[in-house]
Ligand binder design. Structure first.
Ligand SMILES: [Zn+2]
Length: 72
């Protein structure tokens, strides 16, 4: 069996998917930031002002960020 390299292919595909999704999310974040909004990209709830001060590039509320990092 020469299937030993299959995991590499799957890893590469997953990495690409993550990168593409990341880029898509970032463009949503940039658009949201430009329009002066602070809306969570996941739940469309308001992101806390304190959170935006601490992390201006934040595009998720704390709850969604926790979920996101938990899945990562
Ligand atoms: Zn949220």
């Amino acid at each position: 069996m020469k299937a030993a390299r299959m995991p590499d292919v799957i890893d590469a595909a997953q990495e690409l998917e993550i990168r593409l999704r990341d880029r898509a999310v970032r463009s949503v974040c940039n658009r949201a930031a430009k329009s002066g909004r602070s809306i969570c990209v996941d739940c469309e709830g308001q992101i806390e002002a304190a959170r935006l001060v601490a992390m201006p590039s934040a595009c998720r509320c704390i709850e969604c960020q926790k979920t996101y990092e938990g899945n990562a």
